[in-house]
Structures are given as structure tokens and as C-alpha cells.
Design a binder for this molecule. Structure first.
Ligand SMILES: [Zn+2]
Length: 269
């Protein structure tokens, strides 16, 4: 018991985030992880696409019951909801805020276009009575215009970026998101992000093991926000992590493109 208390007082912890939450998705997988989270009293962050028009995602079978009822239900269990873009459609190509050049729903568009999309997105959450204070962009792609537009609609936090602990930048609270997989991290706030639509049995088992072992250190998004560290050391560690992970991501992208060409004879969307 004493040991457990010591662990929970360590600075930092884990956050679990799910991307691409929309009417069309892997609902069987969703309810499997929901049971796991309820058993261990874990409250993840759900990245909801308010008006999903991504052809890759809309080809997945649709939820049979009311999507927004389920979102309101988990919200009442203190799961937090993030705005994950507007339509999840990539129609721009620009350099994002973190320096990676890729397709985007936001980065590269002018301020008005971005603001309109975010206003439409926010109006859907408002209409459905879902509280949303957090944003993260499809494919991590956003730029300075996105930050201005987010502030204009009252969203002041982004689940993305490179640092050990959350930090303030451009008037936005960034909660770092470094890698997809859940891995043990002794220090800092570590967000693992998960895509249920691509989950295999091994992914479920990995997540289940991680939750069983670490549930006492799994935070809600609001708890993570209380751990903001604006010291230079947090920023410097972030810059270093950015270089390492950007290199890793670029290598991954090149490999993905190569695999896609071999499979379909074309570059990925
Ligand atoms: Zn996404």
C-alpha cells in the first residue's frame, strides 16, 4: 500500500487518448476498451470528429445507436472530449507548427477558412451539449493561424507537441504527445494515442497490460493540465525530443510511402 502511494505521488503520469471517434468506427473495439477503463476507473481523452467526411473512415460500418448519446454518456463519467478537426478531410498541404510537411485539414489555409471550420465544429458540439475545451488536428497538422482561430472560439489547449510536461506557448496549453504506443516513462506527462480502427488483437492486449499495471498513474486531461511546467528545462527537453522524434517520423513516412507504392502502385493520401 505504501509503495502504491509513493508511485502516485511521483510527478507526472500517463494520459490515454483515442483518435478518430466518429459514428463510423470499430465499435466492438470501443466497447471492449470501455469495459477495461470502467474496471480500472481510467478516464481517457476521446478525439471526436464532429462531422466525419473522410472517405477512408466513412467506409467503416456505422454505429447502430445514437452516436452523440454515447458521447454524452461517457462525458457524464468524466471522460474528456477533444475536437479532432472538423471533417477530417485533407485539402491543404503545408508545413505544420512542428515543422513536418504533410497533408492537412488546417495548416496552410488562411485564418478565415480555419476559423470557419472551427466555428462549424464548435457549433456541432454545442448543439449536442458536449463540452469541448481541447483540440488536436488530424495528422498533427496545424499552424499559427490554427492557434489564433482556436483562441477565437474559446479553445485554449492542444493535445500535441514535444515536451516532458505540459507547457504554455502562444497562449495555448500544450499537453505533449510523443509516441503512439503506451510505454513506461518514469517522469513527465506521457500521452499514448490509439486508433481503434486499426487495432489488432496484439494492440488490445498491449493496452490491457498497460492499464492493469499503470492505472494508478493514469491521469485525466484536466489533471495533466495542472502539471504545466514553464521552466526553460521543459522547453529544452522538448526541443531535443522534437529532433529525435521528427527524424523517427520522417523515416516512418518514407517507409509507409514505399510500402503503399508496393501494395497499390500509388503514394498514400
Ligand atoms: Zn485522425
Amino acid at each position: 500500500m505504501e509503495r502504491k502511494q509513493k508511485r502516485s505521488t511521483l510527478k507526472g503520469g500517463y494520459l490515454i487518448r483515442f483518435d478518430d471517434i466518429a459514428p463510423n468506427m470499430n465499435w466492438e473495439g470501443y466497447f471492449r476498451v470501455k469495459r477495461l477503463f470502467q474496471k480500472f476507473e481510467v478516464r481517457p481523452l476521446l478525439g471526436v470528429i464532429p462531422k466525419n467526411r473522410d472517405p477512408e473512415l466513412t467506409s467503416i460500418p456505422q454505429y447502430r445507436a445514437d452516436f452523440w448519446d454515447e458521447i454524452r454518456r461517457v462525458q457524464s463519467l468524466d471522460w474528456e472530449i477533444a475536437m479532432h478537426g472538423y471533417q477530417h478531410v485533407y485539402d491543404s498541404f503545408g508545413k505544420d507548427f512542428l515543422g513536418i510537411r504533410t497533408r492537412s485539414e488546417f495548416a496552410g489555409h488562411d485564418l478565415d477558412t480555419q476559423l470557419n471550420r472551427l466555428k462549424y465544429a464548435k457549433a456541432i458540439f454545442d448543439r449536442e451539449r458536449v463540452k469541448v475545451d481541447v483540440f488536436f488536428a488530424p495528422s498533427h497538422t496545424f499552424d499559427e493561424n490554427t492557434l489564433h482561430a482556436l483562441k477565437a472560439i474559446g479553445i485554449t489547449s492542444i493535445s500535441d507537441g514535444y515536451s516532458l510536461f505540459p507547457l504554455n506557448d502562444h497562449g495555448i496549453l500544450f499537453v505533449p504527445q510523443l509516441l503512439g504506443r503506451p510505454v513506461a516513462f518514469p517522469f513527465g506527462v506521457y500521452t499514448s494515442c490509439h486508433h481503434l480502427n486499426y487495432f489488432r488483437e496484439s494492440d488490445f492486449l498491449m493496452l490491457e497490460r498497460f492499464v492493469e499495471r499503470n492505472h494508478s498513474r493514469i491521469l485525466t486531461y484536466s489533471q495533466a493540465l495542472e502539471l504545466v511546467k514553464d521552466g526553460l528545462w521543459n522547453r529544452s527537453a522538448g526541443e531535443l525530443l522534437k529532433i529525435v522524434l521528427r527524424t523517427k517520423r520522417e523515416v516512418g513516412r518514407v517507409l509507409d510511402r514505399y510500402r503503399q507504392r508496393r501494395l497499390y502502385g500509388s503514394a498514400p493520401r
